[in-house]
Design a protein around this ligand. Structure first.
Ligand SMILES: [Zn+2]
Length: 1063
């Protein structure tokens, strides 16, 4: 469409030199050799430039002289990617979205700060290091001291669950090497994507400075009593040998477990029941249901609900059973014996609580029945077996009654000898989640050995009512994909109950994009009361605790940490591991006795949660960063740990701020990247798409090989080439995505991206071509009101519209709306309409015709560069490099550096509205003409659109909307519709005038109706054979006689001849 009109391209040779055809060397595809320079200038050089030239603050309000200044620095804080493995498409989406925001802010005049960072510690890198260390021939150097991970005095842990023989010192050395290498590789790739940022000063969570800041946050929390040590249930991964945070879990929605209905023999009854005549106090049991039979040895209580009804029934094979009334039918459905004898119809839960006791046959203890809110009438039996050492809810319910957790399970997920104290060997060493389940059920099925003391033949029957397979959601270790269990261990915790109120309040001032993020983050914060921050790993920041060598007592105080921080400052953090076990330097003065250093490391979410400490302090009341932007999974990960540590730090600061703030002002989340069929990308699925494949175009079918000459044909197979549109393709893909949902990447969407980029390139090529001979004067660079041609006014109107849409879409971070508006504008408003109408004027018109058009085109060129600047900076940079100097000097600032405000027409709303109405009529007429022309073409009456005359009759106009059409001179109408002659008639004239088909009796005519302004304007267009002859120069059918020039062309040629020779 942007090629010179066929007519003009084929213009008679002798007149061709008098035409002003576009001239530009702008290439069809980005040229590889120049890309590097464009990349450098549109990213690193631009970032450095704005740091120097954009002011840090601006006068507030209108008054320049005001002393009141406003911070002009925009801070986007980078959520650190994990320094493990190559970058994938999800990284591209994330970093490019951040870059789009930075570039939009840059265009708004801000100075932008973006310091990229990396998350370096944690299990995946440690695992990799272990793996490499076991294969020393693989690129990793010499082994360090090969001592086993030692138990440093807390008396609980041994050797990372027996998973490694490699020393922590060695693990740390290899892990650091791995992280360092990965960071350099990832950094190089990020920079190839044109991401603005301070890459040379990136933060790393393994840097000493970072670790010291992080430990300082931790120290303050310790001083303020927010950190405590407790024996409490945590998610424990036997396969990794460590505690896991919620964010380190994955879930199997359809996990298979062995569930069982278990009887607990009651040993004490409330009077109400004891007095009941039918009741057999020696053979009555509470019925519970469990999906984790291996936790039964750790049972410490049974929970009922006070306001629920219970009943006692009797079944010959099972004795008397206590069960919730609502669940009776459900329980019976699992039993063969299904017609019970009702002994006690109804007893309230509140009557059972505190008055009832049962026996735990594993420990032989009598245990209480208590109330718990989570007991439901919709599942189980209405009586819940509680093992506070193996369930968070159980722990919370029990701790209210002073019932301590008990967990006879070791680091490897096997029973300890405490599981069955009377006969330890029967359970000890069995893996709880597999053989442990069977062993426990076996014991309960024949409980005689367990119930020796009870001396009751009745009670010696099986305590297992029924066993069945059950499918449920179950937590897995995100790394090993193996099941996790809940287990009480001694860990360090942050007390979130003291933080979350302020954290939730601080979120009230945060903007969420999309809005659904608010409820999500709030609910995650709301639902947590503790944060287990200790990990039994080597590759991390140490929890700076000391343990008394004899008593095992932990020391973690403000003073002890301050002292340890000083030692780290001098010796480096690795010394915590490398120093001799008895090194006294770490022990704070004043501590009596012999201490050793702890081996726990901090949860990596505490590392990354404190990345806000790397940001420069800002003026009061301003959040540490303007924007945090990550994937939706970070609501329970980084967003949350950042919020909690930031709020905790403020709570702990002595200088009490009037208001506690979140570290972010706006929180933006994006979805995941999925393949064409909406599936997650995974190596095992073979559907992974790499960013590089988008950049080099290899995901699209190869380009058809160039026309081969006879000689080369068959000589060698032509090299396969791809439509490589470079980094801009990757960027445009990211920008085009509605990232608030999951983002699809596949051939169709990438094809569309390449099509758009080609469209933009040819558009710029043409613009550069037609602007090549334009030397604008300052007075010409004015707005729409200065132009008189209606078609130019329409162009300005379209430009103002798209500019406003794009500007506001960018401002609200809706990049896909911007890219879609730009594409539609270029295809419809420019390529299919305005540029078509301009070709005759630009190529064949007079100097005045041409300059008035060029004036509009220059505005379009500038605006298009501004609109595309955030999305495709390489293209913009390249266009600028090909822009003639005189245009550059007229435009002034580089398009990536200039401030961008939306283009305005300068018209009042009323004017714009009236004009818009008139334009709608013109568009209806134009559509009708094109429709009719198609019919005429099908009938082989005409070829070029120029080869016809048009008559427009308005038959009805109830809104005066056709007055614009009537006011446009017929020559301009012909230009606008790209036809020969146009005549038009208003309603009163239309009735009287001679129909076109009768004027000079044309060879052929076609007619069509049109309607505009919601039916208020109606009319008819008549397309007929042209009356004029084809002009030899411009090929319009407006020449008076055959083989001549039209009047306009004659004048133009004459004008040229009188101009300076050679022009
Ligand atoms: Zn002509």
């Amino acid at each position: 469409m942007l090629k010179p009109t066929r007519v003009l391209a084929a213009a008679v040779r002798s007149w061709k030199h008098t035409l002003n055809l576009p001239q530009s060397a702008f290439p069809a595809r980005p040229s590889v050799q120049d890309t590097e320079q464009y990349l450098k200038s549109c990213s690193d050089e631009l970032y450095a430039w704005q740091l120097e030239h954009r002011p840090a603050s601006l006068p507030r309000g209108a008054s320049i002289t005001s002393n009141d200044v406003e911070n002009n620095i925009f801070v986007l804080h980078d959520g650190p990617p994990y320094a493990n493995g190559p970058l994938h498409i999800g990284h591209a989406l994330n970093k490019i979205l951040k870059d789009l925001i930075l570039r939009v802010k840059l265009a708004e005049g801000k100075r932008v700060h973006f310091v990229p960072g990396w998350d370096c510690h944690g299990l995946p890198i440690e695992m990799k290091a272990l793996h490499l260390r076991r294969k020393p021939q693989l690129e990793v150097g010499q082994a360090g001291g090969d001592t086993q991970l030692q138990n440093k005095g807390d008396g609980k842990r041994q050797t990372q669950g027996g998973h490694t023989q490699v020393s922590p010192v060695e693990i740390r050395r290899v892990a650091r090497e791995l992280a360092t290498k990965t960071i350099e590789e990832q950094k190089a790739d990020f920079r190839k994507w044109g991401i603005l940022g301070d890459w040379d000063n990136a933060y790393k969570t393994m840097d000493k400075g970072f670790e010291l800041r992080q430990l300082e946050v931790f120290r303050k929390m310790v001083v303020n009593g927010l950190i405590y040590r407790d024996y409490a249930p945590v998610h424990w991964s036997p396969s990794s040998g460590t505690a896991l945070a919620e964010s380190e879990l994955e879930y199997d929605e359809n996990y298979r477990v062995t569930a069982a209905f278990i009887k607990f023999p009651l040993v004490k009854l409330p009077d109400l029941l004891a007095r009941h005549p039918g009741l057999n106090a020696k053979n009555i049991s509470a019925v519970t249901w469990t999906t984790t039979p291996w936790t039964l040895p750790a049972n410490k209580a049974i929970a009922v609900r006070s306001n629920m009804d219970y009943t006692v029934i009797e079944l010959p094979a099972h004795g008397q059973l206590l069960v919730s009334k609502d669940r009776l039918e459900h329980v019976l459905s699992y039993l063969e014996e299904a017609s019970p004898h009702i002994i006690v119809d109804s007893v309230q839960g509140s009557d059972l609580v505190d008055e009832t006791e049962y026996i735990n046959v594993f420990s032989g203890e009598s245990r209480p029945v208590i109330h718990a809110d989570f007991v439901k009438s919709s599942s189980g039996t209405g009586l819940v077996h509680l093992a506070p050492g193996h369930g968070i809810d159980d722990y919370n319910a029990c701790s209210k009654h002073g019932v301590a957790p008990f967990s006879p399970v070791d680091d490897d997920g096997k029973f300890t000898n405490e599981a069955l104290p009377s006969d330890p060997k029967r359970l000890e060493g069995k893996t709880v989640q597999s053989e442990g389940v069977l062993a426990v059920l076996e014991l309960l099925e024949d409980p005689r050995t367990l119930l020796q003391e009870r001396n009751s033949s009745d009670a010696a029957s099986s305590l297992v009512l029924a066993v069945h397979e059950h499918r449920m959601k179950h937590a897995l270790d995100w790394r090993t994909k193996l099941p996790v269990l809940v287990r009480a261990t001694k860990q360090w915790f942050a007390n979130l109950d003291k933080i979350k109120g302020d954290a939730l309040r601080s979120l009230e001032k945060v903007d969420f994009v999309p809005n659904t993020g608010r409820a999500r983050l709030e609910s995650f914060v709301q639902s947590r009361s503790q944060w287990c921050i200790s990990r039994q790993r080597a590759w991390g920041v140490p929890i700076p605790a000391l343990y008394h060598k004899v008593t095992g007592e932990a020391v973690l105080t403000g003073e002890s940490i301050t002292h340890i921080l000083e030692v780290i400052e001098q010796r480096g953090i690795d010394s915590w591991w490398t120093d001799n076990e008895d090194e006294q330097a770490w022990i704070a003065p004043g501590l009596e006795g012999s201490y050793s250093r702890g081996t726990d490391t901090m949860d990596v979410w505490f590392d990354s949660g404190t990345t806000w400490t790397s940001l420069k302090p800002r003026p009061t009341h301003q959040p540490a960063a303007d924007v945090y932007l990550e994937g939706t999974d970070q609501h329970r990960g980084w967003f949350q740990s950042s919020l909690l540590t930031h709020v905790a730090h403020q709570i702990c600061s002595t200088t009490s701020e009037p208001e506690i703030t979140a570290p972010f002002k706006t929180l933006i989340t994006h979805g995941f990247t999925l393949d064409q069929d909406g599936r997650k990308m995974a190596k095992s699925e073979g559907n992974v798409i790499s960013p590089e494949e988008i950049i080099n175009g290899t995901l699209l079918p190869p380009l058809k090989s160039r026309k081969q000459t006879g000689k080369s044909r068959g000589a060698s197979r032509a090299e396969v080439t791809y439509d490589a549109m470079g980094v801009d393709a990757l960027r445009l893909w990211a920008a085009s995505a509605d990232y608030t949902n999951d983002v699809i990447v596949g051939q169709p969407v990438l094809q569309a991206v390449n099509t758009s980029l080609h469209k933009y390139r040819v558009t710029f090529k043409w613009l550069l071509g037609v602007l090549a001979n334009y030397k604008p004067t300052p007075s010409e660079r004015t707005s729409a009101s200065a132009t008189t041609k209606t078609v130019d006014k329409i162009a300005f109107l379209h430009l103002a519209k798209v500019s406003t849409i794009v500007h506001s879409a960018y401002a609200s971070h809706e990049f896909h709306k911007a890219t879609s508006a730009i594409y539609k504008y270029v295809v419809n408003d420019l390529s299919a309409f305005y540029f078509e109408t301009l070709k005759d004027r630009l190529y064949a018109g007079s100097v005045t015709d041409r300059t008035t058009a060029q004036r509009v085109l220059l505005a379009i060129y500038e605006e298009l560069l501004a609109m595309l600047a955030p999305v495709s900076p390489l293209l913009v940079e390249e266009v600028w490099a090909f822009t003639p100097e005189h245009i550059k000097s007229s435009v002034g600032e580089h398009p990536l550096r200039r401030l961008w405000t939306p283009y305005v027409t300068g018209w009042s709303d009323k004017e714009a509205e009236a004009f818009q109405k008139g334009v709608a009529v013109l568009e209806s007429v134009h559509d009708a003409i094109k429709r009719v022309q198609e019919v005429a073409r099908t009938d082989k009456k005409m070829g070029s659109g120029l080869e016809c005359d048009v008559r427009i009759d308005i038959t009805e106009d109830a809104s005066a909307a056709s007055s614009l059409l009537m006011s446009v001179p017929s020559g301009e109408l012909a230009e606008m519709f790209v036809v020969g002659n146009v005549t038009s008639a208003a309603p009163e004239v239309a009735k009287e005038s001679t129909p076109l088909k009768e004027q000079g009796s044309p060879d052929w005519t076609y007619e069509a109706d049109f309607v505009a302004d919601a039916g208020r304007v109606r009319g008819k267009v008549l397309v007929a054979a042209p009356r004029g002859e084809k002009c030899l120069r411009c090929w319009r059918f407006v020449a008076p006689v055959p083989d001549s020039l039209c009047k306009r062309c004659e004048q133009v040629v004459e004008e040229m001849n009188t101009e300076v020779p050679g022009s």
